[in-house]
Design a protein around this ligand. Structure first.
Ligand code: SAH
Ligand code: SF4
Ligand code: F3S
Length: 454
C-alpha cells in the first residue's frame, strides 16, 4: 500500500455496503480503514458516495439475488453534486467477488472493480488504477498469502472489536459454499492475537469477539498446536471486560473450552452452537460429524459448567431427503434445549457443493410449513428464556439509541439479549454508549428485555 499516491483519494467519499456474516463485517472494517488511511471520507449513503464497495455473501441464494438487484440499481442513482468523478465507482468484494471474479464485470457493465476474500489489500491500488485510466479490473486469488492483520481497521463501534483468530474452513459441510469462497482454514499466530487484544484493552474496548468459521479448531496448523482453550485463557487475561467467540462447531468443542465458561469470569455466559439438524441421518448427510446425542450432551455439560448460559443455534429446514420424521427430531431438539435465539434457514441449493447433487424433491410448501411450525418452538424458547431474566439486575453494555425511539437506549446483557432502557430526562444516549451499567429487568418479551437503570 505504501507506493500508493494517496492524493488520488483526497476529496473522494465512499460507502461500504455489507452483507453476510461477521467475517464480512470485519473485512468491511478493514476496507474502511484502508480507504480512510488514504484520505477518503466514509459516508452513510450510496447517494453521497463517489465509491461504493459491496461486501457480498453467497451462503444462500436469496442473499445472492438481493445483492445483484442492489448492485444493478447503482446505475440509476446520480452522482452527488460536487463529486470530482464523472461516474460513480462500484466495487464488488466479499464472497460473490471471490466466487465469480471477472465474470461479474461482463454481467454488470457499471461495475469497475471485483476483488476477492483473499486480496482485500489490493483494493486501494485497483481503485487507483481505475481512477488513473478508467480501466475495469478484477483480481481474486485462491489462497491468501498472509493473514490480513496488518491492514488498518476502522471499527464500527469504538467499544467492541471483532478479532479474527482463524480464516477459512476445512469442514466442507455438504450444503455450504463457505470453504470454496473463504479457502482452507488458517490460524493466526498466538502472539499476534494476544497483542491485538492487549491493544484493544489499552484503547478502552469493552468487548472482544474472537472470530472464525470454527474457532474450536484454532491452532491445528501452527507450530506446537496451541489450542483454542489456551487462546481463550490468554485473551481473557488481558483484562477485557467481555469476551465472546463465534462460531463453534460441535464436533470440536472440547471439555477444556466448556470448563472455561465456569472458570473465566469475563467469558460471557452465551454460546452460539450451530446444531443444523436434529436427525442423525441428516446430520450424516450434511457431513457434520456428530450425532444429536453428542450435541445434547455438550449442552448438558455447558449448563453444568455455567448454569443459565444462553444457548443459540443455526438450523436448516428442508435439507434434501428430510422426512417429516427427521423434521420432528429437529423440532424436539429446539423444544428441549430452550434456545434464547435460533437462526432458521430454509435449505438453499448452492452450485458446486456436494449436496447440490442430491435428489431434492420435497415440495416447497411442505418445507415452508415445517419452517413455520419450527418458528413456534423457536419463539417459545426465546420467550421462556427471557422470562427467567425478569426481576434480575444485569450489567448492560449500551450500544446506542433504539431505532424506534430515540429516548430509549439499547444494549446487551451478558447473555447477549437485547435490553431496552428508557433514558432518564437529563441523560443522552451518547453519554451511555459504550459503557456498562446495571439494569433492573422489569419486563421480558420474546426478543428483548425492558428495564430501568439500577
Ligand atoms: N461456520 C459457521 C457458520 C457458517 S454460515 C458454522 O459452521 O456454523 C451460517 C449458517 O448459514 C450456517 O450455520 C447454516 O445454518 C446456514 N447455511 C449455510 N449454507 C446454507 C445453505 N446452503 N442453505 C441454507 N442455510 C445454509
Ligand atoms: Fe460451512 Fe460447515 Fe464450515 Fe460452517 S463449518 S462454514 S457450515 S462448511
Ligand atoms: Fe456469507 Fe461469505 Fe460469510 S458466503 S456467510 S459472507 S463467509
Amino acid at each position: 500500500m505504501s507506493n500508493l499516491s494517496s492524493a488520488a483519494f483526497w476529496n473522494l467519499t465512499f460507502h461500504v455496503q455489507t452483507f453476510g456474516c461477521q467475517m464480512n463485517k470485519h473485512d468491511s472494517e478493514r476496507v474502511t480503514g484502508m480507504l480512510e488511511a488514504l484520505g477518503a471520507l466514509s459516508v452513510d449513503s450510496v447517494e453521497e458516495a463517489d465509491i461504493v464497495v459491496f461486501m457480498t455473501c453467497c451462503v444462500r441464494e436469496a442473499a445472492d439475488v438481493r445483492l445483484m438487484g442492489q448492485v444493478s440499481s447503482m446505475k440509476n442513482i446520480a452522482l452527488r453534486a460536487g463529486s470530482p468523478l464523472r461516474k460513480r465507482m462500484v466495487a464488488i468484494g466479499g464472497c460473490i467477488g471471490q466466487r465469480d471474479g471477472g465474470k461479474l464485470l461482463d454481467e454488470l457493465p457499471h461495475v469497475d472493480v471485483v476483488f476477492g476474500t483473499n486480496n482485500l489489500a489490493s483494493l486501494p491500488s485497483m481503485l487507483e488504477s481505475v481512477l488513473d485510466d478508467g480501466s475495469r479490473l478484477s483480481e481474486t486469488v485462491e489462497e491468501s498469502e498472509a493473514f490480513p492483520t496488518e491492514l488498518p481497521t476502522t471499527r464500527e463501534h469504538s467499544w467492541a472489536a471483532w478479532l479474527p483468530i482463524t480464516i477459512g474452513c476445512n469442514n466442507f459441510c455438504t450444503y455450504c459454499i463457505v470453504p470454496y469462497v473463504r479457502g482452507r482454514e488458517k490460524s493466526r499466530p498466538f502472539e499476534d492475537i494476544v497483542r491485538e487484544a492487549e491493544g484493544y484493552v489499552a484503547a478502552g474496548v469493552k468487548e472482544i469477539t474472537l472470530l472464525g468459521q470454527n474457532v474450536n479448531s484454532y491452532g491445528r496448523d501452527l507450530y506446537g498446536n496451541p489450542r483454542f482453550a489456551d487462546i481463550l485463557q490468554a485473551v481473557a487475561e488481558t483484562g477485557i471486560e467481555r469476551l465472546r467467540f463465534a462460531t463453534s462447531h460441535p464436533k470440536d468443542l472440547t471439555d477444556e473450552v466448556i470448563a472455561k465458561f465456569g472458570s473465566v469470569p469475563n467469558l460471557m455466559p452465551a454460546l452460539h452452537l450451530p446444531a443444523q439438524h436434529g436427525s442423525n441421518s441428516i446430520l450424516k448427510a450434511m457431513h457434520r460429524s456428530y450425532t444429536v446425542e453428542h450435541y445434547r450432551e455438550l449442552v448438558s455439560k455447558l449448563r453444568e459448567a455455567c448454569p443459565g448460559i444462553s444457548m443459540s443455534t443455526d438450523i436448516i429446514v428442508g435439507f434434501p431427503g428430510e422426512t417429516e420424521e427427521d423434521f420432528q427430531a429437529t423440532y424436539r431438539l429446539v423444544e428441549d434445549i430452550g434456545y434464547s435465539q435460533v437462526f432458521t434457514f430454509i435449505y438453499s441449493k448452492r452450485e458446486g457443493t456436494p449436496a447440490a447433487k442430491l435428489v431434492d424433491d420435497t415440495p416447497r410448501e411442505v418445507i415452508q410449513d415445517r419452517f413455520d411450525r419450527l418458528r413456534v418452538a423457536v419463539e417459545k424458547g426465546a420467550y421462556d428464556f427471557n422470562q427467567a431474566q425478569a426481576g434480575k439486575t444485569v450489567p448492560v453494555l449500551f450500544e446506542g439509541a433504539s431505532k424506534k425511539d430515540e429516548r430509549t437506549i439499547t444494549g446487551r446483557s451478558p447473555e447477549n439479549i437485547t435490553v431496552n432502557v428508557p433514558l432518564p430526562d437529563e441523560m443522552s444516549a451518547e453519554a451511555l454508549m459504550g459503557s456498562i451499567a446495571n439494569v433492573e429487568i422489569a419486563e421480558a418479551k420474546t426478543w428483548y428485555l425492558r428495564g430501568t437503570l439500577a
